[in-house]
Design a protein around this ligand. Structure first.
Ligand SMILES: [Zn+2]
Length: 92
């Protein structure tokens, strides 16, 4: 468990990655990636650091999903109903 988190932290140090990329590299499911990210964000905060999140964005109309729970990827754009969504990206 701990090692996976350390791997994710190493992966996000200075480089933006989405949950899909993380799940492939660390070999866990996307769902697990989100759980780890939430935990990582909390422990970084307690150390005075921050998990930087680039919010998901609709590739069709440019809508940015600022207000939703930013850890998970939205399936559909509420504005244009497009399904080409750039997943949120994470970095430390
Ligand atoms: Zn859209």
């Amino acid at each position: 468990m701990n090692t996976v988190r350390q791997d994710i932290i190493a992966l996000l140090s200075g480089e933006k990655n989405g949950a899909k990329a993380i799940s492939k590299i660390v070999r866990i499911s996307e769902k697990e990636v989100y759980l780890h990210l939430e935990h990582i964000a909390r422990s970084l905060k307690s150390r005075g650091e921050k998990l930087k999140i680039t919010p998901a964005r609709c590739l069709e109309c440019g809508f940015v999903f600022e207000s939703r729970n930013r850890f998970t990827a939205p399936g559909k754009c509420p504005v244009c109903k497009g399904e080409h969504i750039q997943d949120p990206l994470y970095a430390i």
